[in-house]
Every structure is written in C-alpha cells, then in structure tokens.
Design a binder for this molecule. Structure first.
Ligand SMILES: Nc1ncnc2c1ncn2[C@@H]1O[C@H](COP(=O)(O)OP(=O)(O)OP(=O)(O)O)[C@@H](O)[C@H]1O
Ligand SMILES: [Mg+2]
Length: 256
C-alpha cells in the first residue's frame, strides 16, 4: 500500500512493536527509549545521520543484536531467545543488507531455493519452482543458472531480495539496500521494492533515497543519537520537519 498523502497513519493492526527499547555498546547509548509500531502492510522509512542507530534498530528487530531493556514483538509474539523459535523468527523477518552476501559458489537459483529447504522444510522441487517465480518477479528469470559474480550489483541485490522473499517473510527489513550500487542500478532495485510495497508487504527501510521515501513510505522515522526524533507522514516530514536536527540533516542530503 503506497502513501496517499494522509498525515496520519497509525495502523490498527500492529505487526512489529518496540516499546521502551534500550541498548548500549559499552558507554555508547545506541538505542534510547525507542517506541515504534509498524502496522501490517505499512512501509516505514528510517533516516538519520551516520551512527544514529538505524542499523542497530533493524538488527534488533530480527535479534541479530540483543537489547538490554524494553520489549520487541513481531506479530504479537516477543522475540525468542534462541533455538528453533529464533530460526523461525529470522525466517519471518527477511533482511536485505547493503552487501548482498550471496553464496559465491552457488547458482542464483540455489541461492534463492536453499534456505526454504533447510529452514522451512520444503521439497527441493517446490522450492525451486517458487524460486523461479520470485526471480521472475524481480526481473531475473533468465539469470537462474548463473553465479553471483556473473551479475551486476543491481542484479545481485535483486537476487538477495528474492532470497529473502523465498522464506515467505511477514516483514522485510532493508538496511541501505542501494548504497553500494552504481547510480544506474539503484532504480531497478527501488522499483522492485516499490512493487513489493504496492503488493502489501510490511517493510522497514533504512535509506537515504528520498524519492523512494516520498513515493512508497507511509511514514518516515528520523533518528539521531539513538532516539526517534520524528515519526510522521513523508510529505509532512519533508516539507515541515519539526526538529532542528532533522532540518539540518535534510538541508545536507537534499543539497548533494
Ligand atoms: N558492534 C558494535 N560495537 C560497538 N559499537 C558499535 C557496534 N555497532 C555499531 N556501533 C556503534 O553504534 C552506533 C550506531 O551504529 P549504527 O550502525 O546502528 O548506526 P547507523 O545509523 O546505521 O549508521 P550508518 O548510517 O553509518 O550506517 C555507532 O556509533 C556505531 O559506531
Ligand atoms: Mg547503518
């Protein structure tokens, strides 16, 4: 569901909830009293200066990082500590990073179909059929037999998206998915993400692509110093940021 310009968007049916979440790295307070709700089908873009805690926030949501206090629930359930429940959570929360981390010695088709067999217990033929559908969806049907090194950066990132989707996640987290790409490849990846958003996927996206935020996000969350300073509809945020930090940040990134 794309943003329709409405200024409010608190969802009735929360899929991810963070309440009073805190985390330190040594003396550095990286997440401070974070409260965030992401509704089913909602697209939330997270922006903010380097070091503000955006990646840590994403990583906490699928428990790649632990938190010290507060609660995080996904689909009403608190994050599991370990074991099979944690593996299931990771499968429910797809994650796409700046670096694609594809298996170099597996084909594109294998990269997308292996985890569903191992983690979800699917049959190989079913997983491969589904992988081909997903590769088609990200515009890469013809690349299935190739190896990652034979693809462009934009194509590899689209494989990484297909790989995450193959687990049938309830939510997709993207941490600067286009920031390692050459400019001409950024759009093909954003287009795949826009389509996912339109198809109703719940998404949390760390990005500095303001065009994407304006066209696809329901809300923009601005972080600084480990805090959420603003959580608003994109138009409201971009045209009238409330905090001086956000004004300063926007003036810098919109200029370059
Ligand atoms: N494993 C770690 N150990 C110690 N400090 C860390 C660790 N990971 C991150 N930090 C610090 O925590 C703060 C928040 O980091 P984080 O990666 O979440 O920021 P970010 O907003 O994603 O920044 P960027 O825009 O540069 O990606 C930074 O000051 C960073 O140096
Ligand atoms: Mg980061």
């Amino acid at each position: 569901m794309a943003a329709d310009g409405a200024d409010t968007v608190t969802a009735g049916d929360p899929l991810i909830e963070l309440r009073d979440v805190n985390k330190h790295y040594g003396t550095l307070h990286v997440l401070r009293d974070i409260d965030l709700t992401v509704g089913r089908g909602e697209v939330v873009v997270v922006i903010g200066p380097s070091g503000s805690g955006k990646s840590t926030l994403c990583r906490a949501i699928n428990r790649l990082e632990t938190i010290e206090s507060g609660t995080i629930t996904v689909d009403g359930k608190p994050l599991p500590e370990e074991g099979r429940a944690l593996a299931r959570l990771r499968a429910d929360v797809g994650m796409v990073f700046q670096s694609f981390n594809l298996f170099a010695h597996k084909t594109v088709l294998e990269n997308v179909s292996l985890a569903p067999v191992k983690v979800r217990g699917r049959k190989k033929e079913d997983a491969e059929r589904r992988a081909r559908e997903l590769l088609d969806r990200v515009g890469l049907a013809a690349q299935a037999p190739k190896y990652p090194a034979q693809l462009s950066g934009g194509q590899q990132q689209r494989v990484a998206i297909a790989r995450a989707l193959a687990m049938d996640p309830k939510v997709m987290l993207f941490d600067e998915p286009t920031s390692a790409l050459d400019p001409e490849m950024i759009n093909e990846v954003l287009e795949v993400m826009r389509r996912l958003a339109r198809d109703g996927m719940t998404m949390v996206v760390v990005t500095h692509e303001m065009g994407f935020a304006r066209s696809a996000a329901n809300r923009v969350v601005f972080m600084d110093g480990g805090r959420i300073l603003e959580d608003r509809a994109p138009e409201a945020f971009f045209t009238a940021p409330e905090s001086d930090r956000a004004k300063d940040f926007l003036s810098k990134i919109l200029k370059h």
